[in-house]
Design a protein around this ligand. Structure first.
Ligand code: C2E
Ligand code: MG
Ligand code: MG
Length: 590
């Protein structure tokens, strides 16, 4: 075997083993000098069907791949690339497309006929290409699925009603509930309120301790909010550090509803102001709260949210850690209330209360007793009447120490009166508010005060109102009986205004009914008031109680009352409530 044949065989062996198909073209004539017969065979063509010219090859190349092949050849021809490479599809005889790759080079040769040759190999890359296509398809499908999932997620989110971090209702549910609340308000007339709560400097927390600590803080804040409201109220998280609380079934009276809202708002503000334990960190964060009431028909959801937002910014402007009402009038009323409450808390210690005494007389104008009526002598505002601070004292629980003070003062006065024949027989009555009466061990307190001053319990009369008898009647009756057994007397104040039934009245160890001032006022001219007074007196007789009329201002009133059977009278006609010295002077005059 010649050296040339040997080399040729060696090359063929290598080509065969590598699955490569060698081709050669004469670049000058364009003639194919070695045909890629293996490739043609794979495609289903016989030797005769193979092409004699390079250019003819393009007739079975996929039209989309031709430009890339030409560009690759040109680049190599101009010397831009050291080799020619391309990938393309060839048309098989059965009509299918099969992927091939070419790898070639232009070579100069000494052969005078074929001075410039284009030599290369083809090889089948169909499997790889198919796999690549499959992969691409899979990736495409995955991308599509992801996109669908994403779209589904967005759809689900918009359907969901809770905030994933805190599990509180989200903005969507809040808007729904607010809409419902507005409708139900129109039906019941009870006001509602919205509180917009924004955590102060939340961004700083996120920036300094990281988002996971920020999330922890929000979760803790959500829990704290839940502890501040009733179960029927709604708490929602509507944004990063923004919460909204919706209160319902508040008072029909706007100022009272505002006061109720303020009480909850302040509780929230104080609760959120406590330090947070964020893993090993202790962090302090206050909040700014904007509030608005919904108590009118025309209010809309959007309007209310905007109002709370504005109010919340006012709270921020006021230095944060604050609560502000949208309505300036509400704000003023609340401010007055707040300072009143602060003053009231100090009033006892500062000895600012004074008990005034209003005389009670019998049909012969003879004094039989007095009613102790509290006055607050405010260092700046002067004399304040009980109607201006007793309701607040009741709401805040301050009525208990205040009521205690009244009892102490009354009993020490009774003790002092014991020394004087002019006063020794007088019965002193004091007003007891419902909250005070319901406090645990009210009975014990009264007994202790009586003992401390060693006064005859029969000289102390407690004035209760009908409203007190609306619930827990049994407890109240029991407490009254215990006190009655030691001699304490009871009068039912403002009688006729409430809803007492005879049934109730029969159960109570009462001593006296006190005809409300409103029936006395127009008694002389008003027939229905006359009828009411007559009925009350008849009722008292049948229950074996005495009757006192309050607010008696004229002789005509007094005469009419007396004619109808009233035995005791109280009113400006006999004396206004006055300080003890004046009261005692009055006694010497009658
Ligand atoms: P009340 O127990 O019905 O007291 C009678 C009120 O009528 C008193 O008002 C008295 O000043 C007023 N009054 C008496 N005679 C006349 C009159 O001829 N004409 C008019 N126009 N008014 C008359 P005041 O002192 O302002 O007390 C208002 C209410 O505040 C009391 O109503 C009572 O419910 C409450 N109150 C007063 N002192 C106390 C107290 O020490 N403890 C509690 N819990 N409540 C108190
Ligand atoms: Mg009274
Ligand atoms: Mg009264």
């Amino acid at each position: 075997m010649s050296e040339e044949d040997y080399n040729k065989d060696r090359l063929e062996l290598a080509l065969e083993a590598a699955g490569l198909d060698l081709w050669e073209n004469d670049l000058v004539s364009g003639e194919v000098t070695r045909k890629a017969l293996k490739t043609f065979a794979e495609l289903g063509y016989n030797e005769k069907e193979s092409f004699a010219f390079m250019e003819d090859m393009f007739s079975i190349v996929h039209p989309d791949d031709i430009p890339a092949i030409r560009a690759a050849i040109n680049e190599h021809l101009t010397g831009a690339t050291p080799q020619y490479r391309s990938e393309f599809r060839l048309l098989a005889k059965n009509g299918s497309w099969v992927w091939y790759a070419n790898y070639g080079k232009i070579m100069k040769s000494n052969d005078a006929h074929h001075a410039k040759r284009f030599i290369g190999v083809s090889f089948n890359i169909n499997d790889r290409k198919c796999r690549e296509d499959e992969l691409r398809l899979i990736n495409l499908k995955l991308a599509l699925q992801n996109e669908q999932l994403e779209r589904m997620n967005i759809a689900l989110q918009s359907l969901s009603t809770s905030d994933p971090l805190t599990r509180l209702p989200n903005r969507r549910l809040l808007l729904e509930r607010l809409q419902q609340a507005l409708v139900s308000r129109m039906r019941t007339g009870q006001a509602g309120a919205l509180l917009f709560i924004d955590i102060d400097n939340f961004k700083t927390l996120n920036d300094t301790l990281g988002h996971d600590k920020g999330d922890l803080m929000l979760q803790q804040a959500a829990k704290r909010l839940e502890s501040c409201v009733r179960e029927s109220d709604t708490i929602a998280r509507i944004g990063g550090d923004e919460f909204v609380v919706m209160l319902e079934h508040l008072s029909k009276a706007p100022l009272e509803a505002a006061a109720q809202t303020e009480a909850v708002g302040e509780k929230i503000r104080e609760t959120l102001d406590q330090p947070y334990h964020l893993d090993s960190y202790e962090y302090h964060c206050s909040s700014s709260i904007g509030a608005t009431l919904f108590n009118r028909d025309s209010q809309t959801v959007e309007e209310l949210l905007k109002q709370t937002d504005i109010a919340m910014y006012q709270a921020k402007k006021a230095g944060r850690n604050a609560l502000r009402f949208f309505d300036p009038q509400m704000q003023t009323a609340i401010d007055v209330r707040t300072s009143l409450e602060a003053g009231l808390r100090k009033a006892i210690d500062r000895n600012e209360f004074q008990l005034f005494y209003q005389i009670k007389v019998d049909g012969l104008f003879q004094p039989v007793g007095a009613e102790g009526l509290i006055r607050w002598i405010h260092p700046e505002h002067g004399l304040i009447l009980p109607s201006q601070f007793i309701p607040l004292a009741e709401e805040t629980g301050l009525i208990q120490p205040i009521g205690q003070w009244v009892l102490e003062t009354a009993c020490s006065q009774l003790k002092a009166w014991r020394e004087n024949p002019l006063t020794r027989h007088l019965i002193l009555s004091v007003n007891i508010s419902a909250k005070q009466f319901r406090q645990t061990d009210f009975v014990g307190q009264v007994k202790a005060v009586l003992q401390r001053h060693a006064v005859n319990p029969g000289l102390l009369k407690l004035e209760l109102t009908e409203g007190m008898l609306l619930d827990n009647v049994n407890d109240i009756v029991a407490a009254m009986k215990t006190l009655n057994e030691i001699g304490v007397r009871f009068s039912l104040d403002d009688f006729g205004k409430g809803y007492s039934s005879l049934q109730y009245l029969k159960q109570l160890p009462l001593d006296q009914l006190k005809i409300d001032r409103s029936f006395v006022r127009n008694l002389v001219d008003n027939n229905s008031d006359k009828a009411i007074v007559r009925t009350i007196i008849a009722m008292a007789r049948s229950l074996n109680l005495d009757v006192i009329a309050e607010g008696v201002e004229t002789e005509a009133q007094k005469n009419l009352l007396k004619k109808k059977g009233c035995e005791i009278f109280q009113g400006y006609l006999f004396g206004k409530p006055v300080p003890i010295e004046q009261f005692e002077t009055l006694l010497t005059l009658v």
